[in-house]
Design a protein around this ligand. Structure first.
Ligand code: ATP
Length: 292
């Protein structure tokens, strides 16, 4: 994070503490939420009001700039929606945050101290950034319970996994996650027999077992029924605050239900940002995306 931004964040934090006014927008439009907690070892330092911060990030593939001086930031506990036309760079942005793609230039920070560009993909997951791809990737031959249990074992070796059993804290977490993802009644069902929406929720539950601080979700409601979509909206609204979420989605009615701030990406950078009403009224957004 640049010194300027850190100073600006610290000033804003001091103002909030003085005014007792949480919920102001960040410079890039994000909603600042509950970030006044001092950092302790092992936690992400969000004392400057950012859980994720990208500045001037660019990446080219064979000379084509898929991400072009992209800057954005997300406040702790925020639920940010990202929309934009096909090829805008949404997936590539998530690839950069999660360490799958290395940018050619730019800054990517998790909190104010963790330089994500210094970490490998697996380390970034362990730092507390969970990613959900569009297609569900649950273990179809295992039960809902076993899938969730397995999510706790991913960083263990084969032998440790075989001897693994849940401690009481993990059992409590599993029960809580089951409830959160609306699958408490399906704990013994094979994942392969779940509906598409339920599989998506199960995969989100597997991420939640790791208690991620930031969740990146790529088109989570694609292919869901209206009822499943509505329940997913409830789920995300339940998760925000405790977790920070970045949701890429084309379904505008879903975005309307869950969004506070919407970022519109186009040609690898931010074209517009604001409430859904604000970006929907923006001529540039209508031209490149909504007016299609
Ligand atoms: N590994 C790669 N090699 C070459 N080009 C790539 C690569 N990854 C992405 N691109 C190109 O970068 C651009 C951005 O792609 P990206 O998948 O990030 O867009 P998107 O906004 O996620 O689109 P969609 O909404 O269709 O998923 C596209 O033109 C894509 O073809």
């Amino acid at each position: 994070m640049t010194p300027d931004l850190m100073d600006a964040g610290a000033e804003r934090l001091a103002r909030h503490e003085h005014d007792g006014m949480p919920g102001e927008r960040t410079e890039s439009g994000g909603r600042a939420a509950g970030y006044g907690r001092p950092a302790t070892p092992g936690e992400v330092d969000v004392t400057h009001g950012r859980i994720l911060y990208l500045e001037d990030v660019s990446v080219s593939f064979d000379g084509f700039k898929a991400i072009n001086k992209l800057s954005l930031d997300i406040a702790p506990g925020e639920l940010r929606c990202v929309i934009g036309p096909n090829g805008a760079g949404k997936t590539t942005m998530m690839d950069i945050i999660t360490g799958k793609t290395r940018p050619d230039e730019g800054t990517v920070y998790f909190g104010s101290t963790i330089d994500l560009l210094r970490h490998k993909e697996a380390e970034i997951a362990q730092l507390g950034i969970g990613r959900k791809f569009q297609k569900p990737t649950v273990f179809e031959q295992l039960t809902v319970f076993e899938n969730l249990e397995l999510a706790l074992k991913t960083d263990k070796g084969v032998k440790a996994s075989m001897l693994f059993s849940l401690d009481s804290e993990q059992s409590d977490r599993l029960a809580e996650v089951l409830h959160t993802i609306h699958l408490a009644d399906s704990v013994s069902r094979m994942a392969g027999n779940l509906s598409h929406g339920q599989k998506q929720w199960l995969e989100i539950g597997m991420l939640l077992m790791q208690d991620p601080k930031l969740l990146l979700l790529d088109e989570p409601v694609a292919g869901m029924t209206d009822e499943e979509t509505a329940r997913t909206a409830e789920l995300f609204l339940h998760l925000k605050g405790k977790h920070s979420l970045m949701v890429v989605e084309h379904d505008m009615s879903f975005v309307r239900t869950i969004s506070e701030i919407v970022t519109v990406l186009c040609d690898g950078s931010v074209l517009a940002q604001g409430t859904l009403d604000e970006v929907q009224a923006d001529e540039r957004v209508i031209e490149v995306y909504l007016g299609r």
